[in-house]
Design a protein around this ligand. Structure first.
Ligand code: NAD
Ligand code: UDP
Length: 318
């Protein structure tokens, strides 16, 4: 198989490149580095099964040669990033998805969309199953991301129904691991960066908001299984271990050995920040036989080792 991964130089995209190459596939990564980095794929230079194309997928996509599957992961993903790039975020969700679908159709390829738990917005149903239609404010600050992904899902289903294309939609819940950008503003790099520097962790709001954090390897396994399945309906991939941000900060401090504690930074909480988030993963478990394998402490240890090497160069990842 020859796969196109848009957003291939990002956090998740680069791990997908690694996995598919390891599985013996040929991979074409496409990225414009708006939030990703060449560093994430530098280790693949010289690999004859790997190609990189620098391109903004919101413009017409041209890929010479056969393509068997398109995995569309290009999009700013951190709230700080999509607030900084609101129009690019809407464009890559709408125009980028349209172009990526058009390429897949022209090549007779399968298509997989990276969607998000944010399609559920600030949910009124808990936990969130794929049947829940969500609670999204289109004009709130998060609307640029949430609505782009909701539009992208609608477009994928339209191509599936109208053009009989073989499509998949993965709704990804909070995922963390090595290669997240230290300054991407998400809670994991923020907390780990602070912990490694021996600073207090900044809790936004009162810290009672909840999330479920999955390690990157578990997500990648879910994406691979979904791609090879025949499941057209959206699938949640995430852990069901729900933790409030206050407790999460304590876990990070404990695992990192940071004694500086926490501080509350009410003003930094973005409007519309969901109060709860937890996937119902029945579909993934029953149809893909998938469930997360990496415990929070273990995933954090690996991620802390990576960030330590960035913050304190000279200290090799353990
Ligand atoms: P990321 O910012 O590390 O990766 C996104 C990549 O897409 C970057 O390399 C960026 O440069 C690239 N990109 C953005 N716009 C582009 C464009 N117009 N043309 C070409 N490349 C472009 O973020 P991530 O966490 O790896 O997220 C990857 C995907 O997974 C996104 O679609 C995101 O919405 C989705 N997702 C991630 C999470 C998570 O917890 N990490 C949760 C839900 C959904
Ligand atoms: N958060 C926090 N401190 C930080 C960064 C984030 O308390 O330094 C909170 C944020 O308000 C949100 C949660 O952590 O409630 C997760 O935020 P993130 O940006 O990782 O992504 P989200 O899940 O909101 O998309």
């Amino acid at each position: 198989m020859r796969l196109l991964i848009t957003g291939g130089a990002g956090f998740i995209g680069s791990h997908l490149c690694d996995r598919f190459l390891r599985d013996g596939q040929r991979v074409v990564a496409m990225d414009n580095f708006i939030t990703g980095s060449p560093d994430n794929i530098a280790h693949l230079a010289g690999n004859r099964q790997f190609e990189f194309i620098y391109h903004d997928v919101s413009n017409f996509i041209h890929v010479p040669g056969p393509v068997d599957a398109v995995l569309h992961f290009a999009s700013p993903a951190s709230p700080i990033d999509y607030l900084k790039y609101p129009i690019q975020t809407l464009k890559v969700g709408a125009l980028g998805t349209h172009n990526a679908l058009g390429l897949a159709r022209a090549k007779g390829a399968g298509f997989l969309l990276a969607s998000t738990s944010e399609v559920y917005g600030d949910p009124l149903v808990h936990p969130q199953s794929e049947a829940y239609a969500g609670n999204v404010d289109p004009v709130g600050p998060r609307g640029v991301y949430d609505e782009a992904k909701r539009f992208a899902e609608a477009l994928v289903m339209a191509y599936h129904r109208e053009h009989k294309m073989d499509t998949r939609i993965v709704r990804i819940f909070n995922t963390y691991g090595p290669r997240m950008r230290l300054d991407d503003g998400r809670v994991v790099p923020n907390f780990i960066g602070q912990a490694v520097r021996g600073e207090s962790l900044t809790i936004y709001g009162d810290g009672t908001q909840t999330r479920c954090f999955q390690y990157i390897d578990d997500l990648v396994e879910g994406v691979v299984r979904l791609l090879h399945s025949d499941l057209v309906d959206p699938v949640n991939i995430g852990t069901t271990r729900e933790i409030c941000i206050r407790d999460f900060a304590e876990v990070v401090n404990r695992v990192a050995g940071n004694a500086a504690g926490t501080i509350y930074a009410e003003g930094l909480r973005i409007d519309g920040d969901p109060q709860t988030r937890k996937p119902d993963t029945t579909r993934a478990r029953q149809t893909l036989g998938w469930q997360p394998q990496v415990a929070l402490d273990a995933g954090l240890m690996r991620t802390i080792a990576y960030f330590r090497s960035l913050v304190l160069p000279g200290e090799a990842p353990g």
